[in-house]
Design a protein around this ligand. Structure first.
Ligand code: ADP
Length: 246
C-alpha cells in the first residue's frame, strides 16, 4: 500500500537452531511512530538488527518505501536508503562542540578535517539551526559534547541521525538512565520527529510508552503477540501472562 513505509513479511532468524525471530510480520505507515515492547529475549534487538541489515534473516521479506527488499541489501546500503539507528549508548565526539558534532553529521562522508575546514553551505546552516531547535540544544551549541547531561547527549545523537535525513528512525531504549524531565522532553522530541518521519522505538519503560501515545506492538518468542493502543495491549491476557511468567 502507498502509505506503508516498512513491511516485514514472515521474517525468521535462527541462531544455532533457536528461533530468535519466528515468522514476524509488521506494517509501519509513513509518518507513523510505533513502540515495540516485549519481555527480554522477545526478539526486539534482533528485529532492529534485521531491518538495518546488521543481521541477515533466514526467511521472509522486508519492503521499504515501495518495492525495495531490504534483505537483499547490506548495512551501508540500507543506511543510505534512509534508515537511521540510534543505539542505547550515545556515540558523540566528546571533545567537539555540539555544533561541530552536528556539522560533522551533516557533512557525512566528507571526513572530519575537510568538514571543519570546509565553508558550510547555506542549506547545511539552515538544517543545523533546525536541528538545534528541534533538539533544544541551541543554548548548548558551543559546549563540548562531554559537558552535556546524559539526556542532552542522547538528543545530540538523535540530532546527528536527523542530519542524515532518514525516512525511518529506529531508536533503542532512548530514556534509559534519564531523569523524569528528560524522559518527557524525549517523548516531545520523538513526537516532533514523527511529524515528518517514521519512528520505531524499542522501550521497556511503560511510563514513557504511555507518554508517546502511539500504537504498541508486543513481541514474544520472535513474533507479534499483541498490537494496538497501550491500554488494550497491556490488558491482553496473553501479554499479562508473558510479563508475569518471568
Ligand atoms: P530482546 O532484544 O527482545 O531482549 P533479542 O533480540 O536480543 O531479544 O534476543 C532474542 C533471542 O535471540 C534471545 O534468546 C537471544 O539470546 C538470542 N540471540 C540474539 N542474538 C543472538 C546471537 N547473535 N547469537 C545467538 N543467540 C542470539
Amino acid at each position: 500500500r502507498r502509505d506503508t513505509l516498512l513491511y516485514l513479511n514472515a521474517v525468521s532468524k535462527s541462531f544455532d537452531g533457536f528461533k530468535a525471530i519466528n515468522g514476524l510480520s509488521l506494517v509501519l505507515a509513513k509518518g507513523e511512530m510505533r513502540a515495540i515492547i516485549g519481555p527480554n529475549g522477545a526478539g526486539k534487538t534482533t528485529m532492529m538488527d534485521i531491518i538495518t541489515g546488521k543481521t541477515r534473516p533466514d526467511a521472509g521479506e522486508i519492503f521499504f518505501d515501495g518495492e525495495t527488499d531490504l534483505t537483499r541489501h547490506d548495512e551501508a546500503e540500507i543506511a543510505a536508503m534512509g534508515i537511521g539507528r540510534k543505539f542505547q549508548k550515545p556515540t558523540v565526539f566528546e571533545n567537539h562542540s555540539v555544533e561541530d558534532n552536528l556539522r560533522l553529521a551533516l557533512a557525512g562522508r566528507r571526513g572530519v578535517f575537510a568538514t571543519l575546514l570546509h565553508r558550510e553551505s547555506a542549506a547545511d546552516r539552515a538544517r543545523l539551526g533546525e536541528i538545534l531547535e528541534l533538539t533544544r540544544l541551541g543554548p548548548k551549541r558551543a559546549s563540548a559534547a562531554a559537558d552535556l547531561s546524559h539526556g542532552q547527549k542522547q538528543w545530540l545523537e538523535i540530532g546527528m541521525l536527523l542530519a542524515q535525513d532518514p525516512q525511518l528512525l529506529l531508536v533503542d531504549e532512548p530514556v534509559a538512565g534519564m531523569t523524569d524531565a528528560e524522559t518527557e522532553e524525549t517523548a516531545r522530541l520523538l513526537r516532533d520527529i514523527a511529524r515528518t518521519r517514521s519512528v520505531v522505538v524499542v522501550e521497556h519503560d511503560m511510563h514513557f510508552v504511555r507518554e508517546l501515545g502511539v500504537k504498541v506492538t508486543c513481541l514474544h518468542e520472535g513474533a507479534v503477540l499483541a498490537e494496538g493502543p497501550l491500554d488494550a495491549v497491556s490488558a491482553d491476557p496473553k501479554v499479562v501472562e508473558v510479563y508475569l511468567g518471568r
